[in-house]
Ligand binder design. Sequence first.
Ligand SMILES: Nc1nc2c(ncn2[C@@H]2O[C@H](COP(=O)(O)OP(=O)(O)OP(=O)(O)O)[C@@H](O)[C@H]2O)c(=O)[nH]1
Ligand SMILES: [Mg+2]
Length: 337
Amino acid sequence: MSIEQLTQAVLRGEMRAVARLLTYVENEREGTREALTALFPHTGRAWVIGITGAPGTGKSTLVAALAKGYRAQGRTVGIVAVDPSSPFTGGAILGDRIRMRDLSDDDGVFIRSMATRGQLGGLARTTRDAIRVLDAAGFSVILVETVGAGQSEVEVARTAQTTIVVEAPGLGDQVQSVKAGILEIADILVVNKADKAGADNAVATLRMMLEMGHPAMREQMAAHHGRQMRVTAPTVAAPAAPLWVPPVVRTVASEGTGVAELIEAIEQHRAHLTDAHVGAALEKQRLEMELYDRLRATLLARLLHRLPPHAFEEILDQLQTRAIDPQTAVEQMLRMG
Ligand SMILES: Nc1nc2c(ncn2[C@@H]2O[C@H](COP(=O)(O)OP(=O)(O)OP(=O)(O)O)[C@@H](O)[C@H]2O)c(=O)[nH]1
Ligand SMILES: [Mg+2]
């Protein structure tokens, strides 16, 4: 099958073509870029929901429950799990596997786990491409699960229109995400495992934190959000939106409890972005961030490729002996490349 045929098959929503193109994306196979170029005009229709949070909070279980909820509404669901320990990759606890099997019998659900890559920003790039493939294939909702530990996972979460941060009681700290700073990216907070002791506490703590900061905290966050996204002078201003205070939703994902409320909260967030006319501005910010990411990666790869063999190692050695300083090293490499 040619790339052109593959692209057409993806646009028709053929699952096998979607699977194949996602493998291309993951392996950066020849032809991937042409396919993505052809698909891009057909993207931007899906609602992309990021689900992040500390390990073991129940993200995968919640993703499965959300998928079921959306299927019950007749909407199609694409799932990207960016997490090596995710049940989607097979390291599943029996209950999760059974839930996943229910989903995988369903043509309206497509599940894909992405390999975690070492290279800088590679994960975010691959994930964005995978989301676009699913978007072009016509999935109406795309759920992206990431473990909210590192910066790259936070970046992945930021590719979503609605970001859900999942907390769970009884994991040591009451509120796991505060330390990691990912609470700031939350559009919706979920206290999952609400069947467990400490759930009330977790909800109360999160509510208090939100109330303390409302509305000033949200404005601060918007500024922070904007700052984090760019590497040079701002070009796209953070939209001066009517304030959105993240709701705190309780769920027992393993039972499906609270999932309808969560879907409702997601709808409200979506409506908020539409009504406040900030959706487009936020998309522009996301695209700006992506453009910087890709520029950075491409320029770096290009330069490193052009350097004479061993030049990088030699300069590194000179740095270590203090023969040159890092900025001079950079200037030297730029002249060599
Ligand atoms: N009691 C209870 N257990 C839950 C609930 N949701 C998920 N679990 C269980 O919690 C464990 C972890 O769930 P996962 O869905 O794998 O959590 P995760 O956040 O995806 O985990 P990682 O991807 O490894 O970070 C599993 O044993 C689930 O069955 C819940 O609402 N209540
Ligand atoms: Mg998981």
